[in-house]
Write a protein that binds this ligand. Structure first.
Ligand code: NAD
Length: 253
């Protein structure tokens, strides 16, 4: 599962799941390029014990993304892994979604993930040494979620999963693997904001998964490191749900 000598690009790596993925990839030996729209990341990327750099970039802006991948090429020399984790959520009844809110979700979660993947894949193809892309979908792409109203967020994550399936097949000739994970309710700023809107959400999400608790970012990173590494050399085109068993339902006890 070593990522020694590799370079991994993580979008949305300034905090939350993306930052945890960046830290875990660094722990496995990978150099890391972290992209996020935040002024600065919640942890200094240059202090993770590997070569690490933070790039302030909005993944919905193609010119910024292209420039940033160009800089990563100059500064790191290669891209071996990419985790497009930048994402936003909208938890609101479908009756009240606005056009602009839906457009924002599509821009960040679908188009941002798509073009981050495209730019990473171009660099990977040019290297012809094999590589891995791990997209971040969601359990909301598999089924409805208790209490939450995710009628547009869920579809954006469904798009991410199908994107992964299509790209995995297309990129396989260059030994570029594409997989995704579908996290359940994971404790981050994103879910903290959702729980502030609906205070009972944390309790419900703590009870709903058969494993009987909310997920932590530490529950996510092992699967991502596995998919990035050579341990998953024969694994492509799959989605790994990490939702405490939410996908298999809860039997009342
Ligand atoms: N937390 C969960 O329960 C959960 C569950 C399933 C999927 N996810 C997905 O995991 C990913 C990370 O979520 P999180 O919970 O860590 O959320 P978070 O809000 O804590 O982190 C998301 C990061 O993405 C960045 N971002 C947002 N828009 C951006 C843009 N336009 N350009 C660049 N960066 C941008 C934010 O600044 C932030 O740092 C998201 O794609 C989210 O949809 C989260």
């Amino acid at each position: 599962m070593s990522l020694e000598g590799r370079t991994t690009v993580i979008t949305g790596g300034g905090r939350g799941i993306g930052l945890a993925i960046a830290e875990a990839a660094a722990e496995a030996g990978s150099n890391i390029a972290v992209l996020d729209v935040l002024d600065k990341p919640h942890k200094r990327i240059s202090e993770l014990g590997v070569k690490g750099k933070y790039y302030r970039v909005d993944v919905t802006k193609m010119d910024e993304l292209e420039q940033t991948f160009g800089k990563i090429g100059d500064e790191f020399g290669r891209v071996d892994g990419c985790v497009p984790a930048a994402g936003i959520v909208l938890d609101k009844p479908s009756f009240d979604h606005t056009w602009d809110e839906c457009e924002d979700l599509l821009k960040v979660n679908v188009r941002g993930a798509y073009f981050s993947t495209q730019l990473a894949a171009r660099a990977m193809r040019a290297q012809s040494t094999g590589a891995s892309i791990v997209l971040i979908a969601s359990m909301a792409s598999h089924h409805a979620v208790p209490l939450q109203h995710l009628s547009m967020y869920g579809p954006t994550k469904g798009a991410v999963r199908i994107m992964m399936t299509q790209m995995a097949a297309e990129l396989a000739p260059w030994n570029i693997r594409g997989n995704s994970i579908s996290p359940g309710f994971i404790r981050t700023e994103m879910t903290h904001l959702c729980a502030r809107q609906q205070p009972e959400l944390s309790k419900v999400m703590g009870n709903a998964p058969p494993l009987g608790r909310i997920g932590e970012t530490s529950d996510i990173v092992g699967a991502v490191n596995y998919l990035l590494s050579d341990a998953a050399a024969y694994t492509t085109g799959v989605d790994i749900p990490i939702a405490g068993g939410m996908t298999c339902g809860r039997i009342a006890s």
